[in-house]
Design a protein around this ligand. Structure first.
Ligand SMILES: [Zn+2]
Length: 629
């Protein structure tokens, strides 16, 4: 029902029947509290009392490969914007995932193990304090503040630390003996929010992250001949690069051409970096959720840029760093440019929000703000597919501050959706859909186990294995495609943009998303959210009955699995002609178990067969979808 017709019917009936009949969404008690305190608003907007905490980080790290020791020192200015007085702070120490005894959801061998992160000094407001290493929850530590942190006040923290880069690289670690990728490499203050308080989740190497938006300066000191690539804007190219190289890097910021900033020969001749004993590379990034970096003495370096915002003409830099032997990486800047261009202009259709992206060759296939760590593949098309997915994460979770640890579907579901949409543009719908089904749907729908059908809203931190993967990637992506089919592209995009405009740079939760789509579409979609996100449904339609009538036929379709999916009714006539009738998920809005579809047969034609075609919504039992007289 359109908003105008809804208003009209409300006026006529004096009471708003559609809303009275509205099904309300399940809301956990802690989230009800947040709405009660008006930090979030029922119309989907941040509430009048919305707040989030933030910090300024001044980080200095040094590395001298092949020594795997990283030394770090940081000053954190942490501001409490909450209405609460904080007596404790929670500090995340993610690198302790490498310690023997850490809870890990994936198998690993001894080359992944290290002694974790060692805090060498800790200060609170300039005063030296004793640091006790965490004993039970290894990846975070709660510290009692000497002086409670009042609302709207700040505390100054200082940390010195060191750790060993792990031999086996997963999301971070040693790529080769003189190439390191550093992520989660500094102690950080956990998120304190309006619905859980402190984020006290253990990092298990499976669920991802939840970070506040902070301002950063990052100084990275490395021996000469080492190049550093990092999140943010390089502040001192002229101090760390030789003049000709600095000029090439500057030129790459204004051209569509792909420039080699440093090739193998340049590196071998020592013609890339400044000839100081140690070069300190200085980076800054504001209002961003994390910093990562890669460093190497032999990775080659390509760069270009691309217009991401037509209105302002703003360009974003696209860079890659890789081992020259990786054939697919020679095309990585091309893939990166295409990703930024397509994603900015089509889906999500919001200009790439950062000044840069760098695709660094590693083993992770993992996104970071302005950085991607991807493995090399024989098949360059697959490398492009992975790069597109990881770059799509720029919008979710980095532009929108998603709580990935509890609601992975709020970022992986979108990255998977954009991955298919850009894939259709790249290789055509048929091929892209096949890849999507193979990669994201088939494994899930063909396994009848209970783990596969847990509601998407289930907090991701309690899920493992396939249960986590399905709920973070394939199922929510199908849900977003179902909503897109129901609303149509224009209205769906309007709602998506409204959600992004309201919540970028903030911490939306699923209810903010659901409420914003209801509000921006003017439709009460709670039945659809409940159907897709709060149920144990799966995908299975049954063509139960076909009654041939005088004018055509009446189909009875049972929704055996329960998910409100779109589908096509393919009617093949005996003369060989056929017709396809698209049904949006709206067909399930009244009765979610059964739908009737009337067919009108054109004069002179006779139905030869009827089949339900479900596209990417793979049916658990495709054998009962066809009828022949
Ligand atoms: Zn992803």
């Amino acid at each position: 029902m359109s908003m105008r017709r809804l208003l009209l019917s409300c006026m006529l009936l004096a009471t708003c029947v559609p809303f009275l009949q509205s099904q309300s969404l399940y809301m956990p008690r802690n989230i009800q509290q947040a709405f009660k305190k008006e930090s979030r608003s029922p119309d989907g907007r941040p509430g009048k009392n919305y707040w989030q905490n933030s910090a300024r980080y001044k980080i200095m790290v040094s590395a001298a490969p092949p020594d795997r020791t990283i030394q770090g020192s940081e000053q954190i200015s942490y501001t409490n914007n909450s209405p609460d007085t904080l007596k404790n702070l929670v500090i995340k120490l993610i690198l302790n995932i490498h310690k023997p005894g850490a809870v890990r959801y994936g198998d690993t061998d001894s080359s992944y193990l290290t002694s974790g992160i060692h805090i060498d000094a800790f200060t609170e407001n300039g005063h030296t304090r004793t640091w006790n290493d965490p004993s039970y929850h290894l990846t975070w530590q709660s510290i009692a503040l000497t002086r409670p942190l009042l609302p709207h006040d700040s505390v100054q923290l200082g940390f010195d630390w060191h750790y060993q880069v792990s031999l086996q690289s997963n999301r971070e670690g040693m790529i080769d003996s003189t190439t390191f990728f550093l992520a989660y490499f500094y102690p950080r203050v956990a998120v304190y929010d309006d619905y859980y308080g402190w984020d006290r989740l253990d990092f298990t190497d499976q669920q991802e992250f939840y970070n506040d938006f902070n301002d950063y300066t990052l100084d990275v000191s490395v021996p000469k001949n080492y190049i550093v690539w990092a999140t943010g804007t390089l502040q001192n190219p002229d101090a760390v690069l030789q003049p000709a190289v600095a000029r090439k890097l500057a030129a790459s910021m204004t051209t569509d051409s792909i420039l080699s900033i440093a090739n193998r020969v340049d590196l071998a001749r020592g013609q890339v970096t400044a000839h100081n004993g140690v070069n300190t590379w200085k980076w800054t990034a504001d209002h961003i959720t994390d910093m990562t970096l890669g460093l190497s003495d032999h990775f080659v370096w390509d760069a270009s840029s691309v217009v991401v915002d037509d209105a302002s003409g703003r360009r974003a830099s696209v860079q890659s760093a890789y081992n020259d032997t990786a054939k697919d990486f020679h095309r990585m800047v091309e893939f990166g440019r295409h990703s930024l261009d397509w994603l900015s202009h089509n889906w999500p259709g919001v200009p790439y929000p950062f000044p840069k992206t760098t695709i660094f060759q590693g083993y992770a296939d993992m996104e970071y703000p302005m950085m991607v760590n991807d493995g090399t593949n024989e098949d360059a098309a697959f490398s492009e597919f992975v790069a597109e997915h990881e770059i799509a994460h720029t919008w979710f979770p980095f532009y929108m501050g998603i709580n990935e640890a509890r609601y992975g579907f709020m970022d992986e579901g979108w990255a998977t959706t954009f991955e298919l949409l850009i894939g259709r543009a790249d290789v055509g719908a048929e091929k892209a859909d096949e890849l999507f089904k193979g990669f994201r749907v088939n494994g899930y729908i063909r396994d009848p186990s209970a783990e596969e059908d847990l509601p998407i809203i289930t907090p991701a931190n309690v899920l493992r294995g396939a249960a986590y993967g399905n709920n973070a990637y394939g199922k929510p992506s199908l849900a977003y495609f179902a909503v897109k089919d129901l609303l149509g592209d224009a209205l769906f995009k309007k709602c998506l943009h409204e959600y992004m405009a309201r919540w970028h740079g903030k911490h939306p939760i699923p209810w903010d998303f659901f409420h914003t789509f209801n509000n921006a579409s003017g439709k009460d979609l709670n039945w659809l959210w409940t159907n897709w996100f709060f149920s144990n449904n799966f995908i299975d339609l049954t063509l139960e009955k076909v009654e041939v009538t005088g004018k055509g036929a009446l189909l009875t379709i049972r929704n055996t699995g329960g998910f409100a999916i779109p589908f096509d009714v393919e009617v093949l006539y005996t003369d060989g002609s056929h017709v396809s009738l698209h049904q949006t998920p709206a067909i399930w809005s009244q009765d979610q178990k059964k739908a009737l579809v009337p067919l009108t047969t054109p004069a002179g034609k006779k139905i030869g067969s009827v089949e339900l075609k479900e596209g990417i919504f793979v049916d658990a039992n495709g054998l009962d979808n066809k009828w022949k007289p």
